[in-house]
Design a protein around this ligand. Sequence first.
Ligand code: SF4
Ligand code: SF4
Length: 431
Amino acid sequence: MERSFKSWKREVIRCIRCGACQNVCPVFSELQAESTVARGRVKLIRGVIDQELDLTEGFINKMSLCLMCKACVVNCPSGVNVDKLVEAARKEIVERKGLSPLKKLIFRLVLKNRWVFNTGMRTGQIFQGLIFRKGPNGLGMLPRMSLGIDKRRLLSPLALKPFKTIYPEVIKVPEPTMRVAFFTGCMINYIYTDTGQAVVNVLKRNGVEVVIPALQNCCGTPVRINGDYETAREMAKANIDVFLKEEVDTVVVACGTCGLSLKEEYTELLEDDPIYAEKAKKLGAKIKDFTELVVSLEGFENKMGHLPIKVTYHDPCHLVRGLKIKEQPRQIIRGIPGVSFEEMNKPDTCCGSGGSFSLYHYELSTKINDNKVQTISQTGAEVLATGCSACRMHIEDGLNRQGIGVQVMHTAQLLEMAYEAKELCGKAPLK
Ligand code: SF4
Ligand code: SF4
């Protein structure tokens, strides 16, 4: 049976109002308003459950002002799952008030339908030069007009060809040590194809055969966290069917948000489904982050050449607090000969992206991002490695705004560079 909004009362009453969440919430730290910290959101949600408050515009706005970063969750002495409560509130809003026409169009027509999404992205790739102009130093692109996106926002262009069209569905290697499927996610498929290529190249060099199922689609996170559970469930089921058909024990993911969605959130989303509840668990058990998989591969470090660069690392919220991946990327980076690794202050603080949060609340998200960019800059690093494409784009935007020349890349790209350096006998310049 579908979980009712009222049933979240059990979670709400666990809040002891201690205020510990005030010290860690990036939104509260900027706005200093009780209604924007976990404790305040919990109180508002309790008010709606107890029918003392209505779903007013103010309430809807407060629920949208959450990055879903889980900083409050891991620091809460009572373990209140604030992000789950906010998500339940957003679902209740959609059920009682409906979706806006724009969200309906994006979620139900575009993101859910692989063919429409793909066609839209390919058309967008052709016409992006009309809507966007080149960013500073030819990097990224800036909107020519508002279009609901702030004109100062630096975006990465859509890649010439989607990642899935670059490779065959099965990338064979001689005498494979293992076979994995790769869930690419939208940003790697359409924007950061360099990350996808690095994932494939690193795995190939370690004798891993990679399958890239052509019918996979968006993981559905943007749809689910905006409260459209009906569409999110359909998207989850479609991906589950696609990946369970593959004869693999591991599905590798190179994005913390997609990984968390496939590993845990599909199971929660489908827990009452008589057919898919078990299937979701089965898929969840196969999910591994790229860095988690790499450090388990025997001799992965023996292929690294010398990279004389200073590197720092940003922990994406869903990777570090969701999937608990913290040491693996550091083990890879520290293991590269010549790399000087400099830990930044509070590397797991949210970069302010929050997926669509940075589109709806750009001004606020840039303030949060400015702090992150400053801590990156203080390390003196030339390269920032991370494990999430949305963080990469948002941090690149912040670095551009502040005129700081740090190259941002996925940990897979850094490792690929180290492998190339060995093959080129230590003559590897930065890409
Ligand atoms: S830290 Fe947890 S228990 Fe304390 S006020 Fe925040 S949500 Fe409530
Ligand atoms: S999830 Fe993050 S943004 Fe939302 S209330 Fe918790 S700490 Fe604040």
